[in-house]
Design a protein. Structure first.
Length: 141
């Protein structure tokens, strides 16, 4: 996936990449770290995993997800579903409705969630520039 195309990330330092992913997953209660930090202090990631899933980044790409085994599968699924749905919608893989169903959120709540992440629900395309010229005659009726 082209995670760099999201607008959340540009060419930034690894620390700001981790911050951006942490911000992306904030409402789903997930911690983000990078491989370097994981190598330096793996116990910190394990401590975080006891409370919430940990997303491990390699460079600026998601690489692994650490979930504590004592946590129920439904807790982990509930944290990952909205984030995964938002990422797939942002990349154009899923429609708004399909992403909403994947997230298991109500549509208004999912739209608000996307807005909090800075993901546009309506995207301009090649016809956007021509729409005003088509709209003017229709409005003049």
């Amino acid at each position: 996936m082209g995670w760099m195309r999201s607008g959340l990330l540009d060419r930034r330092s690894p620390r700001s990449v981790v911050y951006a992913y942490s911000r992306f997953f904030t409402s789903t209660s997930m911690h983000a770290t990078n491989v370097r930090n994981l190598k330096k202090n793996p116990s910190a990631a394990l401590r975080h995993a006891e409370k919430e899933p940990v997303l491990v980044l390699k460079g600026d790409e998601p690489n692994a997800l650490i979930v504590h085994l004592d946590a129920s599968i439904t807790e982990g699924e509930a944290s990952v579903r909205p984030a995964l749905a938002a990422a797939l919608f942002r990349e154009g893989v899923l429609s708004l409705g399909a992403a909403c169903r994947l997230s298991r959120m109500e549509l208004p709540d999912f739209i608000r969630y996307l807005a909090e992440l800075g993901i546009d629900v309506v995207r301009p395309d090649e016809t956007t520039d021509r729409e005003p010229s088509h709209l003017d005659p229709w409005l003049a009726r």
